[in-house]
Ligand binder design. Structure first.
Ligand code: ZN
Length: 442
């Protein structure tokens, strides 16, 4: 028996297809020829901040055990299935597949981490493939080889979550998805917080169904394989499900965010987690987005909370100079129009600066707010004429509308990788020992 890891990526186009669907097809095909699976298929979201990302930037890995004599057949099956189902006619789709025939070496794990948190190049992937005697095949430009190798390298031995994905039959592709929204509400009530991001709480919008013409009917995310399967059984639908499968993923784990110790270390396209003091009052720009700046002793950076981030935008509006915050998000490089900017996914308010206003004193006779007669010349009451050179300006402490704590973009605008509030305290530190019975159909 040999162990084998099959990683692939970049098979879909914005209009059609889905790399997870190819994984589901392969699980059926490989099962039928006697392959056993070491783990659930892994769905690994890569750095959402790269400038050239594919739609969801998710790569897949199947981890299997099989007889030596099956190897050729497996490789042919995988390549054929990708070739038939990938959107090869779409210009930006460059599928790639990688086969690794032994345990995953640390160097490939490190490569994977760089692919989730930063930027990598195809030649780095090819070098590792050669060094560890893996096999790889790229279609067209073959950029999918990067994601394929990265998916192999992320063994999800730390925090992870699950997603069950149900797929539509071909005749329904492109038509509205027919599921009962009331069943989604019920499912959410019964299974959350062990499932998450089913419904956007602010708008009531159902989040488990994508809106494009891809083959996904819905995907339900959760903390364990049992709960996502149960949730799936609770959905009432009026269209057939061709197949479904449970994936193990890095969704909702914040694994893209890299903690940096100072603002000077922030680099474009590498998502960060960094602390700084607010130096400029938040301002609203066109579209209702909020921009403010933070700094530490090493430098200054802009932060942007976009209007669709809901709560986060509301909270940002009320920040003031002197507040200490921790900012989390992708980094946009500077341009002629704006400086380097963190696109906020979440924010932790660590310290609120006292906010004060300075007011003229009130008249001791009639209680009306007095007028200043000029610097150090005292005050005069306009109503009763009372004058005083003894009274002084008052420093009034304003009540802050904010509370310290963690604020996260609303579920409807969360990235796949963003850890939602309900997952805090539920982080896992090891992989499951085995898969549950029945994690895929057929
Ligand atoms: Zn007065």
């Amino acid at each position: 028996m040999v162990e084998m890891h099959i990683g692939f990526d970049d098979t879909d186009s914005p209009k059609r297809g889905c790399t997870t669907y190819i994984a589901a097809l392969l699980v059926e095909k490989l099962s039928s020829i006697g392959v056993s699976f070491i783990d659930y298929p892994h769905l690994i979201r890569l750095n959402p901040n790269v400038p050239w990302k594919t739609r969801g930037n998710g790569a897949l890995c199947l981890r299997i055990r099989c007889n030596d004599n099956l190897l050729d057949k497996i490789i042919i099956t995988v390549i054929d299935t990708i070739e038939v189902n990938a959107e090869l006619n779409y210009e930006g789709t460059d599928p790639g597949v990688v086969f690794l025939f032994h345990k995953v070496p640390q160097e490939i794990k490190d490569f994977s981490k760089r692919t989730v948190q930063g930027l990598v190049e195809q030649r780095q992937a090819l070098k590792l493939i050669k060094r560890f005697k893996a096999e790889a095949l790229g279609f067209k430009k073959g950029r999918g080889i990067i994601g394929g190798l990265a998916a192999i390298g992320e063994s999800l031995n730390g925090d992870h979550t699950y997603e069950i994905i149900a797929y539509r039959t071909p005749e329904n592709l492109g038509t509205p998805r027919k599921i009962h929204s009331s069943s989604v509400t019920e499912m959410n009530e019964k299974t959350s917080p062990f499932t998450f991001n089913n419904i956007d709480p602010e708008t009531g919008r159902i989040l488990i169904t994508p809106r494009g013409p891809d083959p996904i009917l819905y995907g339900i995310r959760g903390e364990n394989p049992e709960v996502v399967r149960l949730a799936h059984e609770m959905i009432r639908r009026e269209e057939p499900v061709e197949r479904w499968m449970i994936f193990r993923t890095n969704h909702g784990t914040d694994s893209h965010l890299r903690k940096v110790s100072s603002i000077v270390k922030i680099q474009p396209y590498k998502p960060v987690d960094v602390q700084g003091v607010v130096t400029k009052e938040p301002r609203v720009i066109q579209g209702g987005h909020i921009i403010f700046s933070i700094r530490d002793e090493t430098g200054e950076v802009d932060c942007a909370a976009y209007e669709p981030t809901g709560t986060l935008c509301q909270i940002s509006k009320n920040l003031t100079v002197g507040d200490l915050i921790e900012a989390f998000g992708g980094v946009r490089p500077s341009s002629s129009k704006h400086s380097k900017t963190i696109n906020l996914e979440k924010m932790r308010i660590l310290k609120l600066a006292p906010k004060t206003t300075i007011l003229n004193p009130t008249c001791p006779d009639c209680g009306r707010r007095m007028k200043s007669m000029g610097t150090r010349k005292g005050f005069r009451c306009k109503k009763c004429g009372f004058r005083s050179s003894q009274l002084e300006k008052l420093v009034v402490k304003e009540e802050r509308k904010l509370k310290k704590g963690l604020y996260i973009t609303s579920p409807r605008s969360q990235r796949h990788l963003t850890k939602p509030l309900c997952r805090y305290g539920r982080e896992k530190s090891s992989a499951p020992k085995r898969t549950i019975e029945g994690w895929h159909f057929p």
